[in-house]
Design a protein around this ligand. Structure first.
Ligand SMILES: CC(C)(COP(=O)(O)OP(=O)(O)OC[C@H]1O[C@@H](n2cnc3c(N)ncnc32)[C@H](O)[C@@H]1OP(=O)(O)O)[C@@H](O)C(=O)NCCC(=O)NCCS
Length: 133
């Protein structure tokens, strides 16, 4: 939990609401015993919030982020989810390459609106995106 929090904070991503329960749906990429990347899923009825994607600066540009997103999409499908939603400050071009499309914030489903991430990130700062998985 400490390693996950440190990785997120170093990248400027929200970490205050992390809990052992929430981490059950997180995937991590490791190198030896070190966590070099992670991604999280908050599952709801039929849809999920993709959050907390981060790859350590020394490991970027090698496809780890893409693999983490693919792994999370597979997990979402296994859980019976059909849509993944996310909020990002500046990685929208990255997610756009992976098939996520920008959505009007007003179109966010109730469950996504209820997440800490949605209420914490200001509308002016964060882009809402969605992909059918
Ligand atoms: C975004 C991030 C997870 C990508 O991880 P990664 O393992 O380097 O990604 P990949 O190896 O799969 O992809 C690398 C490609 O994405 C591009 N890329 C990385 N971050 C980008 C961004 N914010 N916007 C657009 N493109 C980006 C790289 O330039 C590279 O492009 P190339 O393939 O043309 O060389 C990583 O840069 C990171 O942790 N950033 C800080 C945290 C963050 O912004 N997370 C997303 C918020 S939810």
């Amino acid at each position: 939990m400490e390693a996950a929090t440190a990785l997120l904070r170093a990248a400027g991503l929200p970490a205050d609401d992390l809990s052992v329960e929430l981490l059950e749906n997180f995937l991590v990429a490791t190198s030896g015993t070190a966590i070099v990347g992670m991604i999280g899923l908050e599952p709801f009825q039929g849809i999920g919030l993709l959050r907390s994607l981060v790859v350590g600066p020394g490991t970027r540009g090698r496809g780890v982020g893409r693999l983490l997103v693919a792994g999370l999409e597979a997990r979402a499908r296994r859980l019976g989810l059909s849509e993944l939603w996310l909020l990002t400050i500046d990685a929208d071009p990255y997610f756009s390459r992976l098939g996520y499309r920008v959505q009007d914030r007003g179109r966010a489903p109730e469950a996504i609106r209820g997440t800490a991430e949605f209420s914490t990130l200001c509308p002016g700062d964060a882009v809402l995106m969605m992909k059918m998985v």
